[in-house]
Design a protein around this ligand. Structure first.
Ligand SMILES: *Cc1c(COP(=O)(O)O)cnc(C)c1O
Length: 449
């Protein structure tokens, strides 16, 4: 193996890291991960870190998991890749059947791709073309939300709502209808139901101002992730689904982050008994092992794409690695582990513990808001929580706390001043406690600097 010095030098010379100011990167120490064990990551110097964000919100059962490894190796001994364009493969078929079985009833068809952004692009194109085939070709607009994140490709950015990520590209984005979200700061939490009503009214206004022009509504159900771990008011999703039905527009839920148990149920939709018209899944689908995504939809939508070859009703979309057998084999084992270990019910005490311990973080002077949904949380740091004054972005509070946490053995990545906690679902209570202790101490240490 190359020595650390060479690896770091080559990293800095040849790599361009995502969402990273590379000028800063050049002056920083680089952590290079070599191995994983359960919820721990181990770097080339042998240091162990708790994987506090599940390797960018993907890991489910831990790293280097024996059964997932076996599923992958078994498939590898058969074939690594073969195309779904014009042909089929065994794991892709089995996984499609399984996904239909475990997603909300009514979702009956599975369209694969490689990542969350493509799952969303597919959802948008499907919804758009659905109306072309369904006699209302003027329905071209998508209603989407402030602080939404649906990925970084141009279509996914068009329905996003995070200024710092998307403003530069505004001129490239297609037109939609962006609806602002209610304030979810803790001071207004008592007004959850008022916030819900305000938000729903804003959606209804958007629907009525654009009557007959709206193709669908897209949202992250229950919790907006990259926007800062913002929790929607209880019942919002349910009533939004009712609104979508009443106005006859499609409901697209982006479960890329929330799917696969993150919120305490397999799908966030299940908390409010919602069956969307289209559901996107990616991050946890292949247990955090391989890039794989799926967009699921209903017979109603699928059927409008049927016709004679010459009618050109085909859904002209596909990615080269669609339905990759290795990724599908791992995803099948991922789901099998959920079932074998009765994971979702086993998880409930961990979720309870996580929520309780996080409530104590309000004792820290600069913790302004603690937002928890299942095993996903955001701890927002503020200069003055009483006046709701944020730390200036240039102070890099989130980054500094995460850097401190790294030195103490936890790997995290902030969203501006919000410390994100999203460990693998299969984290033990004792590792979870260590993670929370590290975060607590790191916040305190940085405050006193
Ligand atoms: C991460 C994420 C995406 C984008 O997924 P990629 O695999 O990074 O393209 C889309 N939607 C949500 C809700 C996400 O959290």
């Amino acid at each position: 193996m190359l020595d650390k010095e060479t690896l770091v030098a080559w990293d800095k010379r040849y790599l361009w890291h995502p969402f990273t100011q590379m000028q800063d990167w050049m002056t920083e120490d680089v952590v290079i991960i070599e191995r994983g064990e359960g919820c721990y990551l181990i770097d080339i110097a042998g240091n162990r870190y708790i994987d506090g964000t599940a390797s960018m919100w993907t890991n489910v059962h831990g790293h280097n998991h024996p059964e997932l490894n076996t599923a992958l190796k078994t498939q590898l001994d058969k074939i690594a890749h073969t195309t779904l364009l014009g042909y089929s493969n065994i794991p892709a078929i089995q996984l499609a059947q399984k996904l239909v079985e475990i997603t909300p009833a009514g979702l009956t068809k599975v369209f694969y791709s490689d990542n969350g952004s493509t799952a969303v692009e597919i959802a948008l194109k499907m919804a758009y073309q659905y109306w072309q085939h369904n006699g209302e070709p003027q329905r071209k607009l998508f209603i989407h939300f402030d602080n939404a994140y649906h990925g970084d490709t141009v279509g996914a950015m068009s329905v996003g709502g995070i200024k710092s990520f998307h403003t530069t590209f505004d001129p490239l984005l297609f037109k939609g209808v962006r609806v602002s979200a209610p304030e979810t700061y803790r001071a207004s939490r008592d007004a959850d139901s008022a916030a819900k009503t305000r938000w729903l009214n804003a959606v209804e206004d958007a629907l009525s101002e654009n009557a007959g022009q709206v193709a669908g509504i897209i949202l992250e159900p229950l919790i907006q992730g990259a926007g800062g771990m913002l929790i929607a008011p209880k019942g919002f999703l349910k009533e939004l689904a009712v609104l979508a039905k009443r106005w006859q527009v499609l409901l697209i839920v982006d479960e890329v982050m929330t799917g696969f148990g993150r919120t305490g149920k397999m799908w966030a939709c299940e908390h409010e008994n919602v069956t969307p018209d289209i559901l996107c899944t990616a991050k946890g689908l292949a247990a955090g092992y391989l890039p794989l995504a799926a967009t699921l939809t209903t017979d109603d939508i699928y059927n409008t794409f049927l016709g004679e070859y010459k009618d050109l009703k085909t859904f002209f979309h596909g990615h080269t690695f669609t339905g990759n057998p290795l990724a599908c084999a791992v995803a099948l084992e991922n789901i099998a582990i959920f079932e074998r270990e009765n994971l979702l019910s086993e998880l409930q005490p961990t979720i309870e513990h996580f929520r309780n311990r996080l409530q104590n973080f309000y004792e820290l002077p600069h913790v302004g808001d603690v937002r928890v949904c299942g095993l996903a949380a955001g701890v927002e740091l503020m200069k003055n929580p009483d006046t709701h004054t944020p730390y200036p972005f240039e102070e890099k509070m989130g980054i500094r706390v995460c850097k401190e946490a790294l030195a103490r053995g936890a790997m995290l990545r902030p969203l501006v001043n919000t410390i994100v906690l999203m460990p693998p679902l299969q984290i033990t209570i004792s590792a979870l406690d260590s993670l929370l202790d590290i975060v607590w101490t790191s916040i305190e240490t940085v405050r006193k600097q």
